[in-house]
Design a binder for this molecule. Structure first.
Ligand SMILES: *Cc1c(COP(=O)(O)O)cnc(C)c1O
Length: 368
């Protein structure tokens, strides 16, 4: 963090911005990184080959500003038309454009109290009023809580950092009760066991579904995300994009993303491996006294019966294992652990066995 908190050279309001803080990316080797929900396996070999092939003298030319070839491949996979697809430099950019282009209205937008911590950042950047809707006692989204007047709704499904998912029927109920406003379903983790709301797009012209290639496609470093929705919603996003940066996806990203989307067999193999390790880890952690929320994602949200999360976080860090801890009151005793390779999950369990054997039970306040 920089020491500068303000400057007379800054535009009005920049000193008030509360920016997003990404998870730690250590610059030295030897860490087991279970803190930022990256995929522990490599990207599709076909995607890497396509990126290599695109590394040519063509890089002197601008890329296709609309990414029409990639849009076509995505559209056909979801049974939609290219006019239903919007592309961005990671889904964070797609979401940012959605906040700017679709969610700024007189009424506040709604999202869960425990959710993706970038949502309040975009609200601050664009001056969007918001109201947080508490998760229920099981840390799940109750769609009935969203039947209040609103300027829009944003929901990750599965939710982050809890990992729990709503069914397609629950999403339909939510959409039926909110035909007057845009509902954005952030499906960053949908491939790890949840149902995609994309199937509901023909029924609901107010639904925007956002995907990323960063998690299930193992391409966080390539920066590609996309949105699916009614062409009128897509047009709003395109206007914001073309008022900001006409070429958010470079030639390498367009080529790699297309090959990755086409390699459905590799996606299935990758997600199956992550799900297998997730179920193994949940069982092992239960034997060590952890209580874990049901996860449909490539991470779990867990707490120990007698050890404070902050203590475990620090002890794991000493063993060069990074996990994520959020300070908010309701979840101060939970850890979010990304699912690594099976070998990394085994290292984590062994480290926790050592830590728990060495530490007497601490008393801590378990919230709710
Ligand atoms: C990781 C994540 C994203 C952003 O992913 P990009 O790398 O920007 O595509 C968006 N939403 C949620 C809930 C995420 O966890």
């Amino acid at each position: 963090m920089s020491a500068f908190t303000s400057s007379p050279f800054w535009s009005t309001g920049i000193d008030k911005l509360k920016a997003y803080v990404p998870g730690e990316q250590p610059q030295t080797g030897g860490w087991v990184k279970l803190n930022t929900n990256e995929c522990p396996y490599p990207p599709s070999p076909l995607a890497l080959e396509a990126i290599r092939a695109a590394t040519s003298d063509k890089l002197r030319l601008y890329p296709d500003p609309n990414g029409n070839a990639l849009k076509g491949v995505i559209a056909s996979q979801f049974g939609l038309s290219p006019a239903h697809v919007f592309l961005g430099n990671g889904s964070d950019e797609v979401l940012g454009h959605a906040f700017m282009g679709l969610l700024k209205h007189a009424l506040p937008i709604l999202y869960p109290d425990i959710s993706y911590s970038f949502y309040p950042v975009w609200c601050g950047l664009y001056g969007i009023a918001f109201q947080q809707v508490p998760l229920n006692a099981d840390f799940a989204v109750d769609v009935a809580d969203y039947s209040v007047p609103n300027g829009g709704i944003v929901l990750p499904n599965p939710n982050a950092p809890t990992g729990t998912a709503l069914s397609l029927d629950q999403l339909r109920t939510l959409l039926q009760a909110n035909r007057q406003s845009v509902v954005v379903i952030d499906e960053a983790y949908v491939d790890f066991g949840a149902e995609s709301a994309a199937a509901l797009i023909p029924e609901f012209d107010n639904l925007l579904v956002v995907h990323t290639l960063s998690k299930s496609r193992a391409l966080a470093g390539l920066r590609v995300g996309f949105a699916l929705g009614h062409p009128a919603l897509i047009e709003a996003l395109a206007r914001v994009k073309d008022s900001f940066n006409s070429y958010p996806l470079d030639r390498l990203a367009l080529a790699g993303a297309q090959a990755a989307i086409e390699d459905t067999a590799y996606l299935a193999q990758l997600t199956a491996a992550v799900i297998r390790s997730r179920e193994w880890l949940v069982t092992e952690l239960a034997a060590l006294g952890f209580e874990t929320l049901p996860s449909q994602a490539n991470f779990i949200f867990t707490r120990h019966a007698s050890q404070a999360a902050a203590t475990l976080l620090a002890a794991l860090r000493e063993q060069k294992i990074l996990v994520r801890h959020f300070g908010q009151p309701r979840i101060a005793n939970h850890l979010r652990i990304s699912i690594g390779t099976q070998a990394e999950c085994e290292l984590l369990v062994q480290a926790l066995q050592r830590i728990l054997a060495a530490t007497p039970a601490t008393t801590h306040k378990v919230s709710a």
